[in-house]
Design a protein. Structure first.
Length: 249
């Protein structure tokens, strides 16, 4: 009799535990189904919804800064990549042409080569018949012109980097002002009353900072590329003057 009672008790506990587990699993499934639509949203969809929530005013201006900044960055990257040349190969070709065919042969090599280094070589060789000082002055002057071409429109990119977070902060301040105006009009502090305005205010700051971060990465890459080309130009200018001195001798 006691054994039967013990068996029935164990069976009862097993059934109760099974029901509890089933209830927990069912609750978890319901919670997962409720959260599934949120989890299934991609990053682009979430970003789009946040952009729409932020409003078309300041968010549109920040987006315009991002588009214009990316346009300038892409244009500069393409230009700088086209301006990059194999300076070691060019030096050797100019030196060989100068030794075998003279100044005109070296100038022809520079005409057939793209980039600021080849242009500087050509300007120096074009004044080689006058004097070494004249050729050196021509190289220095034209090097400044080429540096200006390399740095063209980069200031606009830095401007967009500075403006984007400022616009985001301005949107935040305006949103907070609107939230406090609602509080003063109603007369009581309600989280649901000001939550929307605060959310809009913070979203403008987020998008402004995201825009500035993206453009800053491109800006640093462009500056590093310009510095590399300028170093090649300076080194090539010194090499050209040495080659002209040897050629005069």
């Amino acid at each position: 009799m006691k054994r039967l009672f013990s068996t029935l008790a164990v069976a009862g506990l097993f059934v109760a535990g099974t029901n509890t587990v089933s209830a927990n699993v069912a609750s978890a499934m319901v919670a997962y189904q409720d959260a599934a639509p949120e989890a299934s949203k991609g990053f682009t969809q979430v970003l789009k919804e946040m952009f729409i929530t932020g409003g078309a005013g300041f968010m549109g201006i920040v987006l315009l800064c991002l588009i214009l900044g990316l346009a300038v960055a892409i244009e500069r990257i393409i230009y700088l990549n086209m301006a990059t040349t194999n300076t070691t190969k060019l030096k050797q070709q100019v030196e060989d042409a100068l030794a075998s065919g003279g100044v005109e042969a070296a100038k022809e090599v520079c005409r057939n080569t793209k980039g600021p280094v080849a242009s500087i070589y050509y300007q120096g060789l074009d004044r080689a018949d006058e004097s070494i000082d004249s050729a050196e002055k021509s190289v220095v002057a034209y090097g400044g012109v080429q540096m200006g071409q390399l740095e063209k429109n980069v200031s606009w990119l830095s401007l967009f980097i500075a403006i984007a977070p400022m616009l985001g902060f301005m949107g935040t301040v305006i949103g907070m002002i609107q939230a406090f105006q609602k509080i003063s009009a109603v007369g009581n502090l309600s989280a649901s009353l000001i939550a929307g305005d605060i959310q809009v205010a913070l979203l403008t700051t987020v998008f402004g900072l995201i825009t500035a971060i993206i453009l800053q990465i491109f800006y640093n890459y462009i500056i590093a590329k310009i510095d590399s080309i300028v170093n090649d130009m300076e080194d090539s200018s010194i090499t050209l003057i040495d080659m002209l001195v040897d050629h005069k001798k």
